[in-house]
Ligand binder design. Structure first.
Ligand code: ZN
Length: 182
């Protein structure tokens, strides 16, 4: 659960990042930035700030902010019961994003998952995204990402959000995102 004070701090910092990245958002959007701690209560280590501005039956578009070294924990968008999992493309707009997927583990990865959660990170093939770089994640592909020391702004384009199909590696994270917003 994100506390009210942490919600306000995280929203304010996210707005600053959008300004730095040159991404215009309206005042009402700024007030509605969602903050997720994935139910772990460790927002500044495991968490993300999100502004979803398009959500239809077919597509979803949103902007994400990761504060310095903040981690979006390992998960896959699972296919189930005839529904395909989410396909998502993440594009770095500002800062540096370290993205990890299954494959040959990187010898010296830049990111470090939160120490107390290290056992729940299994994908170690590193992809470094700098502004203008993007990567598309197919359904059912495990992935996690972390920003570098400066934080990061990311655009995400995907098929519809199906939160009930999100499968997190960490058993303490429930499938439904724990989001706080106004
Ligand atoms: Zn994802």
């Amino acid at each position: 659960m994100v506390t009210q004070i942490d919600l306000q701090i995280a929203q304010k910092r996210a707005v600053e990042y959008f300004q730095r990245a040159g991404i215009a958002i309206s005042p009402s959007e700024a007030a509605g930035i969602e903050v997720a701690d994935f139910g772990l209560g460790e927002l500044w280590q495991t968490g993300i700030q999100m502004l979803t501005y398009l959500r239809s039956d077919r597509v979803c578009a949103r902007e994400l902010v990761l504060l310095p070294w903040q981690t979006c924990p390992e998960h896959a968008h699972a296919s189930a019961e005839g529904r395909m999992g989410k396909e998502e493309t993440i594009r770095c707009r500002w800062g540096t994003v370290y993205l990890y997927i299954p494959g040959r583990p990187s010898a010296s990865p830049h990111a470090r998952p939160p120490e107390n959660r290290l056992q729940y990170y299994s994908a170690w093939h590193e992809i470094v995204l700098r502004p203008g770089d993007q990567f598309t994640l197919s359904p059912d592909t495990k992935h996690w990402f972390q920003s570098g020391a400066a934080g990061a702004v990311i655009s995400e384009f995907s098929t519809p959000l199906e939160n009930d199909l999100d499968r997190f590696t960490d058993p303490q994270i429930l499938p439904v995102l724990h989001v706080s917003g106004n």
